[in-house]
Design a protein around this ligand. Structure first.
Ligand code: GRF
Length: 203
């Protein structure tokens, strides 16, 4: 399976994918790391691992739609089978991502459908939730709204704040994302008209 990563920042989820690959747990080829930020640390990680990188700066494009079509055009040139959004901090034009339906996943730090968008830890705390977590989902035109594939959950403890939640959640993300990518690489997960199928059965 040929994978392209889209990321805007730190890249710890990409690092987790690399590590799983190095352990022999991920039968994939990383064909590209694409970013909207020239100074994103994820780019150095990729270069260190010998993965091709590409930066497209939104400020060089007239509007979101033009940018997104250019971005996905360039990505398509690397012929990926799967696009993984790992901390890609942009809303993507629905028409631009349509050709990738069922071939693009995102990791989001909340138990979707709760807390789409930003500041998920803060919102979970404010709501007094007892549980929090992360979700991997297929990407659709709706922000953080596509079908959920899998989630990792933690218990919110007394005294938790945004920072402690983020710190405890991240290692769970780092297990969840490679696990989902491994299932897709093994051909066990698919998205069709009827929703997600796992081993051919509706999830
Ligand atoms: C993660 O919390 C992920 O869930 C969210 O953005 C963050 C990316 O972190 N979508 P990293 O760049 O992978 O370290």
């Amino acid at each position: 399976l040929r994978i392209a990563i889209l990321a805007s920042g730190r890249g710890s989820n990409f690092a987790a994918l690399l590590a799983a690959h190095e352990r022999g747990e991920l039968p994939v080829e990383f064909v590209l790391v694409a970013s909207d930020k020239a100074d994103a640390p994820v780019l150095q990680l990729a270069q260190g691992a010998g993965v091709p990188t590409m930066v497209l700066d939104p400020r060089d494009y007239a509007d979101r739609r033009t940018y997104d079509f250019a971005l996905f055009d360039r990505i398509a040139a690397s012929k990926p089978d799967l696009l993984v959004l790992a901390g890609f901090m942009r809303i993507i034009d629905g028409d631009a991502l349509k050709p990738w339906a069922g071939r693009m996943i995102n990791i989001h730090p909340s138990l979707l459908p709760k807390y789409r968008g930003l500041h998920t830890h803060r919102r979970a705390l404010k709501a007094g939730d007892l549980e929090h977590g992360a979700s991997v989902h297929y990407v659709t035109a709706e922000l953080d709204g596509g079908p959920v594939i899998a989630q990792a959950t933690l218990t919110i403890e007394t005294g938790d704040d945004e920072a402690t939640l983020a710190t405890r959640l991240l290692p769970l993300e780092h297990q969840l994302l490679p696990a989902v990518v491994a299932l897709i690489a093994a051909g066990r997960l698919t998205l069709g008209e009827q929703g997600i199928a796992f081993d051919g059965e509706p999830l």
